[in-house]
Ligand binder design. Structure first.
Ligand SMILES: Cc1ncc(COP(=O)(O)O)c(C=O)c1O
Length: 391
């Protein structure tokens, strides 16, 4: 009576996530709510497992979506695989590697860190030296560091971990569904992601996958896992056992949306999707550089999904973001942690990774900078972007 219903403004989401979602995913969000023990719903959960196995490129039986955002996937992996006193090695070259370190410390693990520069990937030499000094049960790292826009090359680090018998845990929150992840071929023991970035669904679910070795480690712990909600052995009785055992009231709304987003990925084809993300990223970079702006990350390590652009001297970066939001309904991300105030983070993920978003962003940022007296070569920028978008 007199109160208005929800009134979320319709934004264009080009930050670190969430991103815009496809109309079919919105439609799936309006599916009827059904019970979490309904046999029809179990079929949906099974289909999600199958689709996630395709996207993670794995045969791992235990592949599902944990309730909660990406952080719940991170916590599920850390809490199940790490026990008090376990020697673990964490690679930190950004905000989310540091979150992994904090979580491992809360499990009272014996944590060692390979510290890297923000804006560069972890140097495998540091990992090699760490293994020379000590044995580790597990090494954890971030594939796509959203705070810096760095893509971590995997080969050398995984090889070192395997040579020393350590498990590998990988954060794929800003890569799964947008950049290739090969869980089985790379020999990962566990990985997690989120629903709201390259997958293209709303936030609220965290895809995870555990190898048989990782399941054995979780099952044969000396100390019971401290988290009841994220105990993978209990969750597995709901996701994967016959009969299914109630664990929590799984959100059918979010899971229907996730399934629809995963079906869209299947229809597009994984390789096509990776190529689309790469092409739009390259066009954005070409445009940004032709306009006279600078990227933070060196070309070899740039993420196609998250672009970090240096804030030019003398520009108030928060004012630029505020202007974009107010004038164009456009959301981009601020710098995080050590890069606060120094970069903007521009996401091109899932449904948001499109040619029109690239061109829209270039003209919007050019205008926002002009308002602060910073002139950019917009037509050179759009020409450079267009030449790649047409290719
Ligand atoms: C690399 C990385 N890991 C973990 C997270 C945490 O995910 P969420 O915010 O969905 O809990 C994020 C969030 O952006 C992320 O970028």
């Amino acid at each position: 009576m007199g109160t208005k219903s929800t009134e979320a403004p319709l934004r264009k989401l080009m930050g670190p996530g969430p991103l815009d979602i496809h109309p079919r995913v919105y439609q799936a969000l309006t599916s009827p709510v059904i019970g979490h023990m309904d046999p029809a719903y179990f079929k949906t959960l099974d289909r999600i497992g199958d689709q996630l196995r395709r996207v993670f490129q794995t045969q791992n039986r235990l592949t599902h979506a944990t309730p909660g955002t990406g952080t719940s996937g991170m916590e599920a992996c850390v809490a199940n695989l790490i026990e008090p006193g376990d020697p673990v090695l964490i690679c930190v070259h950004g905000y989310f590697g540091d979150r992994l370190r904090q979580m491992a410390e809360r499990q009272e693990a014996d944590v060692s860190v390979v510290e890297g520069e923000w804006g560069r990937p972890t140097d495998p030499q540091g990992v090699k030296e760490a293994f020379q000094n000590k044995g580790y049960k597990l090494i954890a790292l971030v594939h796509a560091e959203t705070s810096t826009g760095v893509r971590q090359p995997m080969d050398d680090i995984v090889r070192l971990a395997k040579e020393h018998g350590a498990m590998v845990l990988l954060d794929t929150v800003t890569s799964l569904g947008g950049v290739e992840i090969k869980v089985d071929e790379w020999g990962l023991d566990a990985a997690y992601s989120c629903s709201q970035k390259c997958i293209g669904a709303p936030p609220g679910l965290a895809p995870i996958t555990f190898s048989d070795r990782a399941i054995d480690v979780a099952r044969n712990r000396k100390h019971p896992i401290r988290s009841w909600y994220l105990d993978i052995t209990l969750l597995d009785q709901y996701w994967g056992s016959t009969p299914r055992v109630y664990h929590h009231t799984s959100s059918s709304t979010l899971n229907y949306a996730l399934l629809e987003a995963l079906l869209l990925i299947e229809e597009e084809g994984l390789q096509n999707r990776f190529e689309r993300h790469l092409k739009n990223h390259q066009a954005l970079v070409a445009g940004v550089e032709a306009m006279g702006l600078e990227m933070l990350v060196q070309p070899d390590y740039r993420l196609p999904t998250l672009n970090t652009i240096r804030v030019p001297e003398g520009i108030n970066e928060a004012k630029v973001r505020g202007y974009l939001l107010e004038t164009f309904n456009l959301e981009i991300g601020a710098g995080l942690g050590a890069l606060a105030g120094q970069v903007w983070r521009v996401g091109l993920m899932g449904y948001s990774s499109s040619a029109e978003n690239v061109l829209f962003f270039l003209s919007a940022i050019s205008r926002a900078l002009a308002v602060q007296g910073c002139k950019t070569e917009l037509s050179a920028g759009s020409d450079a972007a267009m030449s790649l978008l047409n290719a």
